[in-house]
Design a protein around this ligand. Structure first.
Ligand SMILES: [Ca+2]
Ligand SMILES: [Ca+2]
Length: 180
């Protein structure tokens, strides 16, 4: 776990909301009450994905999507913003920036790639071929969460999974680390 100290001012952790009290020093000696450490807080996710080619069928869609991070309490649900022009068209790549700050508190050191899902809000099936998610951190760093160039052609996104038959499968959401 990479950490940075926040200094002695309580106002900083209050402003950034990212600080946890440090455990006592060895021997149980308490630290300065304002001592803190900041896990690397995620400000936004950059999601880049490519829709699979028409050779796999009607892979494109105009439906809306969410990026979900499963958390012990409430899930973090982030809407993919509408970007100018048509999105999720066969063989086309789309790039999104999804803000996290002010919606959820996520830290890079606690984020597990297998807890990140994409969910569709619509019934028009979508099939990607590549999905990349990069976390942008408060300290300016960019960290790749997952970079998949092999999304299985059998894993479609749709709210009507019954329309699919094995080995092709539809689901409202898939973990982005899902392997066939
Ligand atoms: Ca659009
Ligand atoms: Ca479709």
């Amino acid at each position: 776990m990479t950490t940075k100290t926040c200094g002695l001012f309580t106002v900083l952790p209050l402003l950034y909301g990212c600080c946890l009290n440090l455990p006592p020093r060895p021997g149980g000696i308490p630290r300065h009450p304002n001592a803190c450490l900041c896990p690397e807080r995620i400000v936004s996710f950059a999601v880049t994905h490519t829709t699979a080619s028409r050779s796999f069928g009607q892979t494109g869609t105009d439906d809306d999507f969410l990026l979900i991070v499963r958390l012990p309490g409430d899930d973090c649900e982030l809407e993919f913003p509408d970007i100018p022009g048509d999105e999720r068209e066969s063989s086309k790549q789309d790039v999104y920036e999804l803000g996290v700050a002010g919606i959820c508190v996520l830290t890079a050191n606690a984020l597990k790639p297998e807890e990140v899902f994409i969910r569709t809000e619509g019934s028009d099936p979508w099939l990607p071929s590549e999905i990349k998610v990069v976390a942008h951190l408060e300290n300016g760093e960019a960290r790749t969460v997952v970079d998949r160039k092999d999304w299985p052609a059998t894993r479609w996104f749709t709210t009507k999974p019954d329309e699919f038959h094995l080995p092709t499968k539809g689901a409202r959401e898939w973990p982005i680390t899902e392997k066939p």
